[in-house]
Design a protein around this ligand. Structure first.
Ligand code: BGC
Length: 364
């Protein structure tokens, strides 16, 4: 229910209200996959968005290797850097034409793939939304992701904890950043964080000194760090000439580092800044006492979960899901397998990354 409401807000935020006439979504837990399966070496398409964060870079390689190891013919594509939506639409169409049996999609723009996923369905392929939900179509069968609302809640709580650790009493001046509005995750992260922060704004503990609390004002076009950096530059000039900035809600690590760069360039003390993704540069920044927190959403586990779904479908069985009510895409509730995100600060970094050969050495 909670996320259903949230997603309705999300859809409104991306001006897709026209679809809200669709009676609030129908619980469809059947999904596809109750078929006779397909060849063990079938083509599996993986359409990933542009590489706006390290997790996407990692996912591509992990899908290539994992699908190959499982005996499938993987076709892994990324949307390019400029004509991203069209790139991805064309890539999915090509996967359909080449006879892919499952198409796994990390959507560049969750609201603009309706035609392509419908074509995929019509051709008998199963569509799995990976990390980002695909909106306003019933031709998406499964969703596999970390619990996005929980990510936001953890970010909001980390911001409060970090502020309290520096200065026991408020009020604290904070600023809010959110992600790209075409990404269905962006409003879910933001709403998760605001579910924790809003009561503290209401009671005066937190002050958004710029007054910019609406997701349209806080959005970061295309998840680009330069956009977050220039918005932070403007906020510092307009609002923080004399007063102190205590904290910043940042939706991910790439943007967190851009925000910190802006603050440093202005010669101001670094505020409490949240993040997400456990990017190597941010883990280093956390260990150096600059960025305050990140979120561990181990890409290895998420890709493995998606590949497990493919293996199950290949046998003609239905993949396991653990959530059949949260992710209403505007037309249906998409059966989801959600993984738990983990908050990471300097205090638990060594423990959180103990089994990650790339990140563990950074915490020593
Ligand atoms: C992902 C985040 C990532 C962001 C930008 C989101 O959809 O869930 O992990 O930071 O995209 O790439």
């Amino acid at each position: 229910m909670r996320k259903r409401l949230i997603l309705t807000t999300a859809i409104a935020a991306v001006a897709l209200m026209a679809l809200s006439g669709c009676s609030g979504g129908r619980a469809d837990t059947s999904g596809a996959g109750d078929t006779t399966g397909f060849a063990a070496d079938a083509t599996i398409g993986v359409a990933l968005p542009s590489k706006t964060s390290e997790n996407w870079v990692l996912a591509g390689g992990l899908f290539e290797d994992g699908l190959k190891e499982a005996g499938f013919t993987g076709d892994v594509q990324y949307a390019g850097a400029s004509t991203t939506v069209k790139d991805q639409q064309d890539q999915i169409s090509a996967m359909v034409t080449s006879g892919a049996k499952v198409i796994i999609i990390g959507a560049q723009d969750g609201g603009q793939l309706g035609t392509q996923v419908q074509d995929a369905h019509d051709a008998g392929a199963v569509v799995i939304a990976y990390d980002r939900l695909i909106l306003n179509t019933d031709a998406v069968d499964y969703y596999v992701a970390y619990d996005n609302f929980k990510v936001g809640e953890l970010q909001g709580q980390a911001l409060l904890d970090g502020l309290a650790a520096v200065k026991p009493e408020g009020p604290y001046n904070i600023e809010l950043f959110s992600g790209n509005s075409a990404d269905a995750n962006a409003p879910v992260f933001f709403n998760g964080a605001m579910s924790v922060l809003q009561p503290k704004i209401d009671d005066g503990t937190l002050v958004v000194a710029s007054g910019q609390t609406d997701i349209k004002q806080t959005a970061t076009a295309d998840w680009k760090p330069e956009n977050a950096q220039s918005r932070m530059d403007s906020l510092l000039t307009s609002t923080y000439g004399s007063q102190e900035l205590d904290g910043v809600l940042s939706p991910n690590d790439t943007l967190a580092r851009a925000i910190i760069t802006s603050v440093k360039a202005a010669g101001k003390p670094i505020p409490i800044v949240t993040g997400q993704d456990s990017e190597a540069e941010s883990v280093k920044s956390i260990m150096a006492g600059e960025q305050y927190s990140t979120i561990n959403k181990d890409t290895r586990v998420l890709v493995a979960q998606a590949i497990d779904m493919v293996k199950t479908l290949q046998k003609g069985d239905k993949p396991e899901v653990n959530d059949t009510e949260s992710y209403d895409n505007g037309v249906k509730v998409v059966p989801a397998y959600l993984l738990p995100p983990v908050i990471v600060t300097k205090d638990n970094a060594a423990e959180a990354y103990a089994n990650d050969p790339k990140l563990a050495p950074l915490t020593k």
